[in-house]
Design a protein around this ligand. Structure first.
Ligand code: PLP
Length: 375
């Protein structure tokens, strides 16, 4: 396993990640081309201002948007999008954040989309205003939540998250009131079509993680959208064009990460989505077949893109199953050598084995260990 030594030196062992592009397990693996581009980038000084602008153009082109920016992750992009909606292109406003006095400072969000990443929407000094319940929200409730202090409406797209009135209707209602819509779509790539999909629907700014499905550096992200707003986001970032200190200064992106992300985006858009899917499908089928015939365990390959990141065997436990509980199974997997992390459990009565980060051959280790535990 590549990189084993550097981790072992620190007393930390690599694990098998069958839980998807989660930050806690390392995001994704960068391709050799990305690593060599970063290696090359690390060997020279460069004008970061120019590099940022050039990389932003690559992001914009990939997203079919007017302007783009490389950020230090999707969360950083969320901070900058909200900051941009509050400050516009006013230098004094940029300087003033996180004090929002005199600025529109409310971010409207459907309550059913609240999540552990939404703190980034208030980091720049904004206030979150939710509408609807945890289960549903209506266009009327959205409309009522918008007022003269609304800086933007935020929309979050993530597996298992609710859509409320949906992005299209959200954009319609917000735009009718002259309010921009920002989208957190961190882990919605692939499919590659999503790079431009939300822009085509009319979203004003959209953020993705660079270190998830794209396979860029783990602490990189993409922000793209309408030129006036993205320019305002640039002003709030590590903005070397200006002496004004932006709220985004602690979220700088290194030259290596900028080059790594740009390279990853190009590889991602050039590579074959169907072949990638097929690879995951084969691993899912292998594990699903190896787990047939266990009393009380039903194994099904699920691949609904609204809920699942790629085709994955999902284990459903029936009443007659008399083996360990889901949390006991996960504990045993995580305490083994190598540790294996699978999805499901806490909120869902299932175990899902997500293949997007399972390296070739690891599916065999997973199937062996699952069989040891379940039979
Ligand atoms: C992963 C994730 C983020 C954070 O993205 P980073 O690139 O790690 O900063 C934000 N929102 C959602 C929905 C995510 O899944």
């Amino acid at each position: 396993m590549f990189g084993l030594r550097v981790y072992k030196k620190l007393g930390v062992s690599p694990i098998i990640n069958a839980q998807s592009w989660v930050t806690a397990l390392g995001g994704s693996i960068m391709r050799p081309e990305v690593l060599s581009a970063m290696d090359e980038a690390a060997n020279a000084f460069v004008d970061i201002k120019k590099l940022n602008r050039a990389a932003g153009e690559v992001v914009a082109l990939a997203c079919g948007a007017e302007q783009g920016l490389v950020t230090a992750g999707c969360s950083a992009a969320q901070v900058l999008m909200v900051a941009a909606c509050m400050t516009g292109q006013s230098e004094s406003n940029v300087e003033q954040l996180p004090d929002t006095t005199g600025m529109k400072n409310e971010v409207v969000l459907f309550k059913g989309q609240r999540n552990r990443y939404d703190k980034a929407f208030v980091t720049a000094g904004a206030k979150l205003v939710t509408y609807g319940s945890e289960h549903e929200g209506t266009a009327d409730e959205l409309e009522a939540a918008i007022n003269e202090n609304t800086a933007c409406v935020a929309f979050v797209i993530m597996p298992f998250a609710l859509h409320g009135v949906g992005l299209e209707e959200t954009i319609r209602v917000a735009h009718e009131r002259g309010v921009p819509v920002i989208v957190d779509a961190a882990a919605e790539l692939p499919p590659r079509a999503n790079l431009s999909k939300f822009h085509k629907m009319g979203a004003d700014m959209v953020a993705f993680s660079g270190g998830k499905g794209i396979g860029g550096p783990q602490s990189s992200g993409l922000l793209a959208g309408k030129a006036d707003l993205v320019e305002a986001a640039v002003m709030n970032s590590l903005n070397l064009d200006s002496s004004v200190a932006g709220i985004g200064r602690p979220m700088k992106v290194s030259k290596e990460n900028i080059v790594g992300l740009v390279t990853a985006i190009q590889l991602f858009t050039d590579s074959d989505e169907a072949a990638e899917w097929e690879g995951w499908q084969l691993k899912a089928q292998y594990v699903a077949e190896r787990l047939q015939g266990i009393d009380g365990v039903k194994v099904k390959i699920e691949d609904d893109p609204a809920e699942r990141q790629g085709p994955q065997p999902v284990l459903y436990f029936e009443d007659e199953f008399d083996g360990p509980t889901i949390s006991e199974i996960k504990e045993r997997l995580e305490n083994g050598d190598p540790a294996i992390f699978v999805g499901g459990g806490s909120e869902r009565a299932e175990i899902n084995i997500v293949m997007v980060n399972v390296q070739d051959g690891e599916e065999i280790v997973i199937a062996d260990r699952m069989n040891e535990i379940l039979r």
